[in-house]
Write a new protein. Structure first.
Length: 370
């Protein structure tokens, strides 16, 4: 392991840019931490943290110079691997026929700076969605195979986090190129580095930084342990697939539906949700058309509309579908839960519906059949 200071972190960003990467990192926009292109360490917000509760998120000043003192905001890295809207192909009329041209936009080369362990697991889960025996998404895989990942281990948790329950944090254990743990003491501010790939090892070598001391490593591990110990929420995942499958008609679904607005916030902020739809647009001449893929949500009334009608007309049916798919049928479909415990769906639900509590209500009910 190595240590670097803020100036060397800036140098790391410079090396990545020189190697042709578009560096994506945390920035403040519209009162939240989001991910966007950065040119240097000066673009990263300094000294900001976040306070999150069910239905509540706000930024607060921490009183220090931390670069990664927040947890997670409303956006995830999904928007770069699986864009919110992208053109698939276009067609032009030519005489009595037409020609189709597939989208040939260049594949971006991203370096992600600040990927939390839960977000890293979310990327692994989306790998199973977009690259499996039945389906391979060429755009996703082209971008995915071209990214450089710098993960950041959490040294604090939000009250909505439950990554420990989902075995996704607070420490990244694999899948990154470089991991960082930020340490701030009374007289020092540094980052402990580790690598998990040849690319990561080569980049760290370019920084020419000292080896981390035993005390520095212990301080970084203490910060990670603090994040785990301070986690307030949890989800009991024992037998959860059978629990939800056996409680399709549980009365709690109706109770949730009485609060749910079907706004789709939970699916939009979720780092693993992948529902999408296709839309065709035609110009006024009728000679040119384009097909676009854009995000959709299983909470949208139109999403479950088919030729024979709509098979999920109620908020009850749509919330039940979302939670059962996320925590149960996703396991059958992809061999893993679709939840990483990031807590976004809790923080960004306008009415504060908490997925961990809803699972417990079903589990603890006399009507439960586990």
């Amino acid at each position: 392991m190595k240590t670097i200071d803020k100036s060397n972190l800036d140098k790391l960003i410079g090396i990545l840019k020189k190697d042709g990467y578009t560096v994506i990192g945390p920035v403040i926009k519209d009162g939240a931490i989001v991910y966007d292109e950065i040119d240097s360490i000066n673009d990263i917000p300094v000294g900001w943290g976040d306070e999150q509760e069910a239905g509540s998120y706000r930024l607060v000043k921490r009183g220090d110079d931390s670069l990664f003192g927040y947890v997670v905001g409303p956006q995830s890295w999904k928007k770069f691997l699986f864009p919110q809207r992208m053109k698939l192909w276009e067609a032009d009329r030519e005489g009595k026929g037409f020609t189709i041209k597939h989208s040939d936009e260049p594949v971006p080369k991203y370096a992600f700076l600040g990927v939390r362990s839960c977000e890293l697991k979310a990327i692994f889960i989306q790998d199973k969605v977009f690259n499996n025996d039945l389906f391979t998404d060429s755009y996703y895989n082209n971008v995915r195979n071209n990214i450089f990942i710098i993960s950041v281990n959490c040294t604090q948790s939000a009250s909505t986090c439950f990554c420990v329950s989902m075995k996704s944090g607070p420490k990244a254990k694999e899948g990154y190129d470089i991991s960082l743990t930020e340490v701030i003491s009374k007289d020092k501010h540094y980052f402990v580095l580790d690598d998990s790939s040849e690319k990561g090892k080569e980049l760290i070598a370019e920084l020419d930084t000292p080896a981390a001391t035993e005390a520095e490593i212990k301080a970084s591990e203490a910060g990670i342990a603090s994040a785990e110990l301070s986690m307030k929420r949890s989800m009991n995942t024992a037998g959860i697939k059978e629990l939800l499958y056996h409680n399709h008609d549980h009365p709690n679904w109706a109770e949730i539906a009485s609060r749910c607005l079907s706004c789709a916030n939970c699916t939009l902020v979720c780092p693993t949700c992948f529902c999408h739809t296709m839309e065709d647009t035609t110009d006024l001449t009728g000679d040119h058309t384009e097909r676009w893929r854009r995000w959709d949500s299983c909470f949208s009334l139109d999403y479950s509309k088919v030729a024979g009608g709509n098979f999920r007309t109620s908020p009850k049916a749509r919330y039940r579908q979302w939670m059962t798919h996320k925590l149960a049928s996703w396991i059958d479909q992809f061999g893993t839960s679709g939840c990483v415990g990031c807590g976004r769906c809790i923080s960004w639900c306008p009415v504060g519906i908490d997925i961990t509590r809803e699972v417990e209500k079903i589990r603890n009910s006399p009507k439960t059949k586990s």
